[in-house]
Design a protein around this ligand. Structure first.
Ligand code: ADP
Length: 266
């Protein structure tokens, strides 16, 4: 479980996050949505300590992340996926994925087999893709590799910062559906940042809406649409995504609204 307790952040005299208090359950698919500049990336980076609160604290399974000593080991245990895929340009796909694996744990062929099986899982043919370089991949393919790299060591937590924002609508939909499948399979806790309300409502079991550094509402997609907490929430999805006004359009798969317990039968 991830707990954010009275988190506040300011840069010089500018308040970027204020009075942030919420918890993310183990195995949950949690989405943080808000306009550009609302503080989403700052908040996400605090979870793996790439950023620190000015006051308040973040706990993972009851441990204050500020007090973790082996920060490298801690970060290695958390998958992190960015918009660009953030692949190393001079390494092949297989090498890019292998960087997150512990060399001591696998013999070279075991490692290659594992990478190949994960690539298949995201619909990339290993024979075609393992030896390619990032500049030989489409945006969607690079993002699939980024997801494999983050998932292959079976992290308990995966942080995703606008991972699909640069993709064309078709690749985006395909990767959203793939991610929902992978979440079912791996049971990883996902914290997913997006500025797109429709994407948030499609993916999140719960969605937190951030505006000017403050949480406006945290609820299931269905609750948010049925009972927006304030005018900002109402206007945010109505203005930016007219289609999102129809609950059934967004929750077409009947998936996002499942609770964590229902999804995993726990
Ligand atoms: P989002 O991810 O929602 O677009 P960010 O968390 O990136 O928002 O940024 C929130 C606010 O904090 C923005 O106004 C941004 O300009 C400011 N900000 C982010 N990082 C820094 C920094 N290192 N120094 C000063 N201001 C920053």
């Amino acid at each position: 479980m991830i707990s954010l307790i009275n988190v506040h952040k300011n840069y010089v005299d500018k308040v970027v996050l204020d009075k942030i208090n919420f918890e993310i359950a183990s195995h949950e698919f949690f989405v943080l949505v808000g306009p550009s500049g609302s503080g989403k990336t700052t908040l996400l980076k605090m979870i793996n300590r790439l950023n620190e609160p000015s006051s308040g604290r973040i706990e993972i399974d009851g441990q204050d992340v500020k007090k973790i000593e082996d920060i490298k080991a801690f970060r290695r245990g958390i998958g992190y996926v960015l918009q660009s895929g953030a692949l190393f340009p001079n390494l092949t796909v297989a090498q890019n994925i292998a960087v997150t694996l512990d060399d001591k744990k696998y013999k070279p062929d075991e490692q290659n087999q594992l990478i190949a099986s994960m690539l298949k899982r995201v619909d990339l043919d290993p024979a075609t893709f393992m030896q390619r370089y990032p500049n030989e991949l489409s945006g969607g393919e690079a993002q699939r590799v980024g997801i494999v790299r983050a998932l292959i060591f079976k992290p308990n937590i995966m942080l995703m910062d606008e991972p699909f924002s640069a993709l064309d609508p078709l690749s985006r939909r395909q990767l959203q559906n793939l991610l929902l499948d992978l979440h079912r399979e791996f049971k990883t806790t996902i914290v997913f940042v997006t500025h797109d309300m429709q994407e948030a409502l499609k993916l999140g079991q719960r969605v937190a809406i951030l505006h000017e550094g403050e949480i406006q509402q945290i609820a299931s997609p269905r609750e948010i649409m049925a009972k927006p907490a304030n005018d900002f929430v109402r206007n945010f999805f109505a203005e930016e995504n007219p289609a999102a006004q129809n609950v059934e359009n967004v929750i077409a798969a009947g998936f996002a609204e499942e609770s964590v317990g229902q999804r995993f039968n726990i």
